[in-house]
Write a protein that binds this ligand. Sequence first.
Ligand code: 6R9
Length: 656
Amino acid sequence: MADSTPPSQETLSNLLHETRSFPPPADLAANANVKADAYDKAAGDRLGFWEEQAHRLQWDQPWDTVLDWQPPFAKWFVNGRLNASVNCVDRHVANGLGDRVAYYWEGEPGDTRTITYAELKDLVSQAANALTELGVTRGDRVAIYMPMIPETIVAMLACARVGAVHMVVFGGFSVDALGQRLDDSQAKLVITADGGYRRGKASALKPAVDAAVADRPAVEKVLVVRRTGQDVEWTDRDVWWHDLVDSQSTEHTPESHDAENPLYIMYTSGTTAKPKGILHTTGGYLTQASYTHWAVFDLKPETDVYWCAADIGWVTGHSYIVYGPLSNAATTVLYEGTPDTPHRGRFWEIIEKYKVTIAYMAPTAIRTFMKWGDDIPAGFDLSSLRVIGSVGEPINPEAYVWYRKHIGGDRTPVVDTWWQTETGAIMVSPLPGVTSGKPGAAMRALPGIVADVVDENGDSVPDGEGGFIVIREPWPSMLRGIWGDPERYRDTYWSRFEGLYFPGDGAKKDEDGDLWLLGRVDDVMLVSGHNISTTEVESALVSHPSVAEAAVVGATDKVTGQAIVGFVILRSGAEEVSEETVKALRDHVGASLGPIAKPARLLAVPELPKTRSGKIMRRLLRDIAENREVGDTSTLTDSSIMDVIAKQLPSAKQDD
Ligand code: 6R9
């Protein structure tokens, strides 16, 4: 594949051309919460627009200034005061909605709980009283290392109620990952459980906490929920939730907190080893979580049953299982376990059982369901669904179309929602009653959000070209910084382009000016002077009938700079790609995107390395492709997968 073309000036190639488009259903469009006029209205008076959205919440004291912007530090709704837990719970009870179901909880073994808003208010009040008894006050950090059970949400809301800062650590993380986060946040309390159910087994949580707190005296107490009943070690530091919380009064008088009072820290792993503690505050965060949940899913809280299948240890769980839905008085399904337990139809069974109307999940899950076969969802009644969403990675057109057809009955709009831990809430997404969705495109910045695609000089690219996505104006749920590290905040997000927020993702504007997200710029491959996005090549591979999932990386190559190495999960389950399949796949990619994008090597793998939120860790695949020792795997769902993949290496096929 020798190529002597000089490096082009393009920022990111635009190779994929997709022409399918699905207009909104007429009845949904007619009754939509948000109509097309919202864009112009918000553009005409952006701060006024957000001020109007802030009135969705109950404030104890109104703000006197909408935005105080000292770049890159923002304060929203200055001097306003409110309590996030009151906004999520108490005010709905006061408004006569006490009997409405807040959560239908489904445990993995099949046990269930239904919790109304009135019950949730009692539970949160008891937990807030318990936190006070443990000496937790405003500003203290509380780590939450829990399974997906109602107490996890109760714990978060109780922290918010007393003004403590919660820091949820995904229950699958290792002792080291937990310990690192405890050190950085200096949490004084850890809330955990004996264990949770995953894949049909009780999986322990407390031993990891025991190990992590053993040499961390900053942690004063460990509050433990009994979920599985398994044996646990016990020390003086430990307190059972049922001993302490259940006996508390169900009355608790909430305080008002400043709009900028820290609400939570959520760690994201950066490219370097030390995770970044992304800080979110109260008023602006809740405003945008609430507005976007209502607008993007067209939520009708009286009638909808909403389900977000994310983990609470991911920002998606924070904004779209807890704060968005509760602030809107929605009825939400919460599921503890995995999609294949006890059978591969579990998700569809949940939708049928609760008559879920809005479902939100990750592309990685959708691709897995595609691999398992169309007949599984076909065995369930999914006709209650009216809007389905996707988050976490670019959704490739093939997966979008499958999702729309086999889950959405070819009737429901798909909302592909782009955002980050840092943005706090959805930023770029179709509006289901307004937008004609294109498979694979996140489409447009939401009303009140000013996004653009720029080249490496920070100049806006014309339609039809690729570059870097940026946000031009501050937004209410933006991160307020990195915990304890203002310089890193400035360097990471605000130094690449003067005055612009840089999320680190590549994107393109198509001929209509609609936005397509193209993955992390760290993952972009440089092949013979062309910047090629992993997303486009992966989408092309997945659109071939023999491929269920794909990840591509650029590996150093003497001739082309980088050569594209593709890791594919074959639908047949085969662990080697035959000569014919290699040729067929390379031709297929060549035909879809052009010869430049043909993978030089293709490897069949049984699984791909993924984070808990389903993101492919291409950095680890690059290590393998370049025969290096594999880097930090502590945030993988299953770290043993790297050994399995490394073993596949001898089956590498070198072509051309
Ligand atoms: C919410 C969440 C953020 C990164 C983000 C981007 C990728 C998320 C996406 C998407 C394309 C979408 N991402 N949603 N890429 N289309 N709809 O995922 O937060 O875990 O912080 O990840 O995920 O690369 O920058 P987080």
